[in-house]
Structure formats: structure tokens, C-alpha cells
Design a protein around this ligand. Structure first.
Ligand SMILES: Cc1ncc(C[n+]2csc(CCOP(=O)(O)OP(=O)(O)O)c2C)c(N)n1
Length: 299
């Protein structure tokens, strides 16, 4: 008989309304578990918020607050200030979290302020590379050439004609003592990084690539596999920086899969294999992978 753990032992319970196989919910459950019971969460508006807090229920077994799309970082700073006043800031952790739309775009000003102040808060971005909750519009995290509802392939472009912002480098430029990336494909890596982050005082940032089943057009049993392939191709580097120095990096396999092996999983990149201009564009995406492998020494 296989052994099953009790799903209600987690700090993010089942019964939420996320899509089956959602990469974001898989990651979020392990993030909060790794933080532990003495955690207060502030959550941006987005799929993670909407699906876990349908009134009058909540899937969270820790104190959890949603205020606005743009302000989980500012609310977290306020909570930390209150904990300090009460002498509880060494006992209670403050976790702020949001999707890529909130993190890369709409909430970024307030995140930058929190990082500038160095508040002892862990900020986690669950990156679905689109505004999932409102129907897959492009965000600053959307990859080049991806179809989204605001970047349809057509005569002038093959999907998003902009490039994904490098949030890892932006966080590092703020001088954060702990910055790391991971994907839903690597649960143990996520847990280790969350625990590591809490060993280090100051502002910490973990950026997790979390496949979105309907937004990416993948099957509902593929979030883990696709999360792994994003790393293995070099498309999404999985690395860790401690005090600005590289702490660890997940190497790509010796026989590194080409980017098209990754792209073929997604309906959002399907047009690249049909359009005669696609091969050249796939070449641009391959170069992004190759540059990542070189830059972060992933071989
Ligand atoms: C200031 C503001 N702008 C826009 C919205 C509408 N809105 C709600 S959820 C959402 C998408 C969230 O996208 P993201 O942050 O990437 O999280 P995801 O749903 O992908 O997890 C948007 C645009 C809002 N609630 N507030």
C-alpha cells in the first residue's frame, strides 16, 4: 500500500478553487510549510489570493491578509513594525507574496521600497509569466514570442515582442542578502531555499517559475515536468545568491535539451512551429538559454 500524507496537515489546505495541476498552488503550499506555523502572510491580488480565500472560507492555516494588488510588501512592512512594537518580531515571520503581474509591474515600486529599507521580510514571486487571473494578458515577466491575450501572433510580431525582465538582477541590484530562483519542478529546492532565506536577516527574495495550466496551454499533469524542463534547457536559471555572491546553481544536463523541446509543451508557443518566421525566433529564444547557461555558469 502506498503511504499518503494527510493533505490537511499542510498550512495551505485542499478545497481551494485553483485549476487542477496549478503550478502556483503546488509551490505556495511548500513555501508556507517551510516557513512554519508562526508566519503571517500578506498576499497580492491574483490567482493565489482569489482561489484560496473565497468568502467565507480560507485554505490558509496561518494568519493571511489580502489588501490590494500592489501592496503586499507595504502591508508586510507595517505588520513587521507592529510585531517589533510588541517584541514579537523574532518569533513571527512575515511572508509577502504575489504573482508576476504584481511583482514585476504593478507592485514593484512598493517592493523596491521594502528592499531599500531592508525589512526582515521574505518576498516570494510566483511567476506564471502572464496575468493569469484576469485571462492571460502579458506582464513584464512574459517571455519573448509568447502568445498572450494582449500579444497575439500576427503580421508584425510572433507574440510578445518584448523581453522578460531579469528580476533576479533587479533584486541583486538592491543589495539583498538573499536572492534565489526555483521552479515548481523542484519542490525540495523550494523548501531548502525558503529555510535558507530565513537564516539570513534582512529582505529576501525568491522567484519561482510556476506553470499556469490554462495560460500556458499545458496538460494538468505537466506543471512539474515543464518546471523541470525550463531549468534543464537554461530557459529559467535556478540559482541562489548570498550577499551578492553565487551560493549554488542547478546545473543543466550535459546533453542540454534544446529550447524547442520546452516550447513544444505549450500552446502559447505553438505558432512558432507553424509560421515560416518561427525558426529564426526560436533561435532567439535558444540564444537566451545559451546566454543564461554562460552567465550563471550552469554547465
Ligand atoms: C491596481 C489593480 N490593477 C488591476 C487589477 C485587476 N487584476 C486583478 S488580478 C489581476 C492579475 C494578477 O496577475 P498576477 O499578479 O500575475 O497573478 P496571477 O493571477 O498570474 O497569479 C489583475 C490585473 C487590480 N485588482 N488592481
Amino acid at each position: 500500500m502506498p503511504k499518503y500524507s494527510n493533505p490537511f496537515e499542510h498550512l495551505l489546505n485542499p478545497g481551494h478553487t485553483a485549476c487542477p495541476g496549478c503550478g502556483q498552488l503546488i509551490a505556495a503550499r511548500h513555501v508556507v510549510n517551510a516557513c512554519g506555523k508562526n508566519t503571517i502572510i500578506t498576499n497580492a491580488t491574483g490567482c493565489l489570493e482569489v482561489t484560496t480565500s473565497k468568502h467565507p472560507t480560507s485554505s490558509w492555516k496561518v494568519p493571511w491578509i489580502h489588501s490590494l494588488f500592489e501592496n503586499p510588501s507595504a502591508v508586510a512592512s507595517g505588520i513587521l513594525a507592529a510585531l517589533k512594537q510588541k517584541g514579537l518580531d523574532k518569533k513571527v515571520k512575515v511572508l509577502a507574496q504575489g504573482g508576476d503581474g504584481s511583482t514585476f509591474d504593478i507592485g514593484f515600486g512598493l517592493i523596491s521600497g521594502m528592499w531599500e529599507r531592508g525589512d526582515n521580510i521574505l518576498y516570494v514571486c510566483y511567476d506564471t509569466e502572464v496575468y493569469s487571473n484576469t485571462g492571460y494578458q502579458a506582464s513584464g515577466a512574459t517571455p519573448h514570442n509568447s502568445f498572450t491575450r494582449t500579444s497575439w501572433p500576427g503580421k508584425k510580431s510572433l507574440g510578445n515582442n518584448l523581453f522578460k525582465k531579469n528580476m533576479l538582477e533587479i533584486a541583486l541590484a538592491h543589495g539583498l542578502p538573499y536572492v534565489a530562483t526555483s521552479t515548481s519542478g523542484y519542490i525540495e529546492d523550494i523548501k531548502r531555499k525558503v529555510k535558507k532565506a530565513w537564516e539570513i536577516p534582512g529582505s529576501k527574495f525568491i522567484h519561482i517559475l510556476t506553470p499556469c495550466v490554462p495560460g500556458w496551454g499545458i496538460n494538468d499533469d505537466q506543471a512539474i515536468e515543464v518546471g523541470k524542463l525550463a531549468q534543464k534547457t537554461g530557459f529559467f536559471p535556478v540559482v541562489e545568491f548570498i550577499n551578492g555572491e553565487m551560493g549554488s546553481s542547478m546545473k543543466v544536463p550535459q546533453q542540454t535539451p534544446k529550447v524547442d523541446e520546452y516550447l513544444k509543451y505549450h500552446v502559447r508557443f505553438k505558432h512558432l512551429f507553424k509560421d515560416p518566421r518561427g525558426a529564426e525566433q526560436i533561435g532567439i529564444l535558444q540564444k537566451i538559454c545559451d546566454d543564461n547557461i554562460k552567465k550563471y555558469n550552469l554547465r
